[in-house]
Ligand binder design. Sequence first.
Ligand code: MLT
Length: 322
Amino acid sequence: MRKFVLALLAILAFATPASAQTFPSRPITIIVPFSAGGPSDVMARILAERMKVTLGEAILVENVSGAGGSIGVTRAVRSPPDGYTISFGHLGTHVANGAIYKLGYDPVADLEPVVRLPSNTMIVVSKNAVPAKSLGELLAWLKALPAPAAAGTAGAGSGSHIAGLYFESITGIKLQYVPYRGTGPAMNDLVAGQIDLIVDQLSNSINQVRAGTIRGYAVSDTKRAESAADIPTADEAGLPGFHMTLWSGLWVPKGTPQDIVTKLNAAVVEALNDPGVRKQLENLGLQMTPKDQLTPKALGDWQKAEIAKWWPMIKAANVKVE
Ligand code: MLT
């Protein structure tokens, strides 16, 4: 009889999904689909440090890079829907990739939105050897080149690639894309002068621009970034209408219990409201998400709206991937 009761309890314990009361009871992993040291990785690690305080378990950041971020997102989509695997992504991975790759998943239907994270304005940066001191001079230099300039990206469909396509569509200037597993390593090559430019996330370039190891020309926002007030907007610098914000977000596999999604959302919102965390993120030039846009539903609606907005431009670029 005693053996039968114990067996029954074991079956019940295994069968009952983890509920928010007991969640988390072991470390959680955030899959960042780009290499360590890049803008996505840096933001994920800042948030993870604070989320572990609220959730009482370690939050591990795992970098699973490649194919514009789709390899890392695939890993997350195929993980158990129990809240222990979180997909970090952005306009590139959870919007653009679907317009470029034959993904083995649907970034809307196969993932549960958790929260929209702070966003980056984009910045046009070049190696210091480029003979240009303003955006106007840079555009003239690019137009006069015998062959397209080498533009670093984090792979086809990544944020830096979509920003490059958008830059091409507005300037009419062709770029030769050089793919990396993230804009962290792309930045190393830009500083070393191995590539000519990146249309990058401000948070990835800002410290190099401040250090004078690369040159910053303009940001893709309608107003200057407080943390980089010396960098003009593209409108001011002679490229009117070049407006792009690279927003990020967190998702979990479809089927993850709603009460766990709510608990994860609350932990991130608490982190974003932490003055120390905000200072770190704002110092990197990141823009906080409006409070009414911090719900899981708001991210889901935003993702769909961004797909409708960006897919036509991306599809028109006719990007070829293996
Ligand atoms: C990164 O973290 O490397 C970026 O988010 C890559 C990109 O999308 O440009």
